[in-house]
Write a protein that binds this ligand. Structure first.
Ligand code: SF4
Length: 503
């Protein structure tokens, strides 16, 4: 018969724990501890506290900052999990000097970070700069859309929300009417009645919330001045399309230096289009690292940032920018065999202009039936191109056997019309979009742009996957911005841990 070693749960063992020994050199916690104690100016927190004469002492912001950032680095995002770590994990006990703050203290500290996060982010960035982690050769800008603490079901224009609120009120009235009828006929089922009453209370509370939103907030307007969707829970957030479906949330945008993927500027924005976000992020780079950085480094950004205003802005700021347009890959011969980048050919039922033969020398056009068309409007300008407009003779088209392949309806007053491109408009000022296209299609442009993905995408991978920030947990733009900057700060502290030198 087998024999096992004896064990007894009813025993006590005392383990000596030296907190200072728990924070090992080379670890993230060691770097964080060093930075908070020696490099960051925590006097920014002082205005929060007013307990110098009365009230109990507060938790030291250094302790709270250390445990929160260390928890974020390990993928713990909630205040309750951070509180638990301080009770159960020896490294967190050491970082917090065993002070064990309550989760409400941690939550309140995080939601008030909006006032102080920017200077702290810049101080960490300065440490990265002094450690030689910023290359000043290229920086890439990109955004990452994430859901926030708001439901997309409660999004809509004021007209949509008014309709929803009236529908809820109608449902409540219907239920109340049914109750009156049941009372009169004495056929009340107590269980159903109790459920209904709870439902009525719930619907009335929602209706009040929608009404309050409609009376206290202004209608949000888009860039064209038309109403866009607002949200009754978090009106700063936006409904946006992502590769994983439609979400209600924010886009976290970052500018990343290519040498060690240090984030040099960041911000969170509640808008689905990234077009307007390049300027504030570049302004952030200027504020954080100075004009010299912008003058030296090239900028790369994907097609989400490609528009005339952004290219004009980069030109006015003397930035060597490489911003790809949507058709960039389909023009690149290296992707010619990739199905997804092949230009989509329209399956046209009817004869296209390419099926007509045009002679530039004689300025004549013949249709697939071999009939000559007449020049109805010469040299007409559409967009950046010049066209000749031709028209079939009515009699030819009426009697044509190919008519059904050429025209949607039998001709009544005019024959088939087509436009043939004959040239380009010569712009008095350079066409910036075209110039950017040529720049990015050049060999040098392709080489520089190809570094964008390897620079910025791993940063989002680290924050979203390793740090598990796959949704913002706060509400309101300023708080979300602070949360995004805290994660960006954690990312930069990791860079100092891996590539910097901390005594
Ligand atoms: S319908 Fe008119 S334009 Fe078209 S093929 Fe016939 S003749 Fe030519």
């Amino acid at each position: 018969m087998a024999r096992y070693k004896d064990y007894n749960y009813k025993q006590t063992k005392l383990l000596p724990v030296d907190f200072a020994e728990q924070i090992l050199p080379g670890s993230f916690e060691y770097t964080l501890n060093y930075l908070v104690d020696n490099e960051l100016d925590l006097s920014v927190f002082e205005s929060r506290y007013n307990n110098d004469e009365t009230g109990c002492p507060a938790y030291d912001p250094a302790i709270l900052l250390k445990i929160i950032l260390a928890a974020y680095a390990r993928g713990f995002t909630t205040s309750r999990s951070i509180e638990r770590l301080c009770r159960e994990n020896i490294i967190f006990m050491a970082l917090s000097a065993d002070s064990q703050p309550h989760y409400t203290t941690i939550a309140s500290f995080i939601s008030n970070m909006k006032e102080v996060i920017q200077p702290l982010f810049v101080e960490v960035l300065m440490v990265c700069g002094n450690a030689g982690l910023i290359g000043e050769e290229m920086f890439a800008i990109d955004g990452c859309k994430m859901p926030s603490n708001a439901s997309k079901e409660w999004s809509g224009t004021h007209a949509d929300l008014t309709k929803k609120q009236l529908k809820i009120d109608r449902a409540v009235r219907r239920m109340l009417k049914r109750h009156r009828e049941e009372d009169a006929s004495d056929s009340v089922d107590p269980d159903v009645r109790q459920r209904d009453e709870q439902q009525i209370k719930k619907l009335q509370a929602i209706s009040r919330k929608v009404k309050k939103h409609l009376t206290t907030t202004e209608e949000k307007l888009g860039s064209r001045g038309t109403p866009i969707k607002s949200n009754i829970t978090d009106n700063d957030s936006a409904k946006m399309k992502t590769s994983h479906g439609v979400i209600q949330g924010y886009v976290g945008v970052s500018a990343v230096d290519d040498k060690h993927q240090v984030i040099i500027s960041a911000g969170a924005f509640g808008q689905c289009q990234e077009h307007d976000l390049l300027e504030p992020i570049v302004q952030g780079v200027k504020d954080n690292l100075g004009e010299e950085y912008i003058e030296k480094a090239r900028l790369t950004a994907d097609s989400g940032f490609h528009n005339k205003n952004n290219i004009e802005f980069c030109q006015s700021e003397n930035i060597d920018a490489y911003i790809a347009d949507k058709g960039f890959r389909s023009r690149d011969p290296r992707f010619k065999d990739y199905k997804r980048f092949k230009p989509k050919l329209k399956q046209n039922k009817y004869f296209a202009p390419a099926d007509f033969s045009f002679s530039k020398e004689t300025n004549t056009c013949h249709c697939p039936a071999g009939k000559k068309l007449w020049l109805s409007t010469p040299n007409t300008v559409m967009g950046d191109h010049i066209y000749h407009r031709f028209e079939g003779y009515l009699n030819d088209c009426r009697q044509c056997t190919l008519q059904q392949r050429c025209m949607r309806k039998p001709p009544s007053s005019r024959g088939r019309q087509i436009s043939v491109r004959i040239g380009e408009v010569k712009h008095p000022v350079p066409n910036l979009l075209k110039q950017m296209q040529e720049k990015i299609d050049s060999r040098k442009g392709r080489h520089i742009y190809s570094q964008r993905i390897a620079t910025v995408e791993p940063v989002f991978g680290n924050i979203n996957t390793n740090k598990r920030l796959n949704r913002f947990t706060l509400r309101g733009k300023t708080k979300i911005n602070a949360q995004w900057l805290m994660y960006c700060m954690v990312h930069n502290i990791e860079k100092i841990q891996h590539y910097g030198s901390i005594e």
